[in-house]
Write a protein that binds this ligand. Structure first.
Ligand SMILES: *Cc1c(COP(=O)(O)O)cnc(C)c1O
Length: 400
């Protein structure tokens, strides 16, 4: 945050334009991820799910630290191959086209996560045409019950994976197709889980399921992909997922429950990059309407869609700025609940609602925290054709 503040202040000292940027602290992201990789138990590997933030500098920063990248489109495969020809890639996602399966083979994807019986047949057909054997995992949509989470991808009807009830059929089909090499299972089932104990239980549940299939159908399970879904607590930033207790319990659990010589993958998105991003926007106007106070900022949900998508007030801090270029008085409020909105012509363009701030002036900068994942990446940048936010990657070499 200190680096971010210094950057904003120096930019505002130099330029009058309203400040509007997504800022990323690459060193902080690297340190966080390096620590997570170093503390994982031996049979585990950590991948980065790039849809959370697939900007090139982020991928480059993570490349030396993660085991590989998880992707869900040919475009994402190409982004990863642009930073490394060799790094392992896991390719999942529903609705893969033939072109994407060909692309997976051409770009030497490590494992294809197959999401349906039709996709299984198509993958085999394409691999056979090309004279290759394609290593795959079957993506399973478990019947549950699963530990609770914000977004559930399995344990209920969704478009993801193969219904657990049809896994025996899928295994037998995969085994009958010589162009496919079934190497295990993929079980990404939830998102934004904040409970470390529940997450260990979830992986234990996966291990038991996978053992049953291995034993019943003679599958040599080399990989269990336990998915992503480790959460970020936007409601209380100093109470985050307890990684220490997670890895502390994960090791002994895997010794009891994992199949011998099985590697366990985690493919986290949000948990790896969220904390290292800030969305900083200057207050353009402050006004009262029908008794409510609005702070209107340079930017909005077209640049940071996460709060509307999740229907939450995104956490922020106010950065006081001294610059004031007008010859008339500056509007200021104190100890007032504010609703922070953007420049879009829709009442849904809200970033935070009724948050009391000690002091806010037009020209101050509101700095949203934990915006490094699913921020800019999921936003509809060109709606209303305002200029894009600057994307600033702080790597410690800036002259401030
Ligand atoms: C989105 C996604 C992830 C990453 O999810 P997070 O909640 O950001 O950790 C991992 N695996 C798959 C298959 C996904 O679709």
């Amino acid at each position: 945050m200190k680096k971010v503040t210094a950057y904003i202040r120096s930019r505002k000292a130099a330029e009058p334009e309203p400040f509007c940027a997504h800022l990323y602290d690459l060193q902080s992201i690297q340190a966080h991820v390096a620590d997570r990789v170093a503390t994982l138990p031996a049979p585990c590997r950590l991948f980065y799910a790039i849809k959370a933030n697939s900007d090139l500098p982020i991928l480059q920063a993570l490349l030396p630290h993660v085991h590989g990248f998880e992707v869900a489109s040919l475009g994402e495969v190409r982004k990863v191959r642009a930073v490394s020809q060799e790094v392992p890639i896991l390719f999942g996602g529903p609705g893969k086209t033939d072109e994407e399966i060909h692309g997976a083979i051409e770009h030497r994807v490590t494992l294809l996560h197959v999401e349906s019986l039709h996709e299984l047949r198509r993958a085999a057909y394409i691999a056979e045409q090309r004279g290759v054997t394609l290593p795959i995992l079957l993506r399973v949509n478990l019947r549950g019950p699963l530990p609770s989470a914000t977004l559930a991808m399995a344990g209920r009807p969704t478009q993801f994976g193969i219904d657990e009830a049809r896994i025996p059929e899928a295994i037998q089909l995969a085994q009958s197709l010589p162009a496919l090499d079934l190497q295990g299972f993929h079980l990404h089932s939830l998102s934004n889980n904040l409970d470390a104990t529940a997450h260990v239980e979830l992986v234990a549940y996966y291990c038991r399921r996978v053992r049953e299939w291995a034993e019943a159908y003679g599958v040599h399970v080399r990989y269990l992909n336990a998915g992503g879904g480790i959460g970020v607590n936007y409601a209380a930033l100093d109470e985050q997922f307890d990684w220490g207790s997670f890895v502390g319990a994960l090791g002994p659990m895997l010794e009891r429950e994992a199949l011998p010589d099985m590697t366990v993958f985690f493919e986290c998105g949000r948990y790896l990059t969220a904390h290292g991003g800030w969305y900083a926007v200057e207050v353009l106007d402050i006004k009262q309407n029908h008794g409510k106070t609005y702070a209107i900022v340079r930017g909005g949900t077209h640049q940071f869609r996460l709060p509307v998508s999740w229907q939450h007030s995104h956490p922020f801090q106010v950065l006081s700025m001294e610059r004031w270029d007008y010859p008339f008085a500056r509007t200021e409020i104190t100890d007032t609940p504010i609703t922070v909105v953007g420049q879009l012509c829709t009442p849904k363009d809200v970033l935070a609602t009724d948050i009391t701030v000690p002091r806010l002036r037009i020209g101050d900068v509101i700095v949203f925290q934990y915006t490094g994942a699913y921020g800019w990446a999921i936003s509809h940048h060109d709606f209303l054709s305002h200029p894009h936010a600057d994307l600033v990657y702080l790597d410690g070499t800036e002259e401030l």
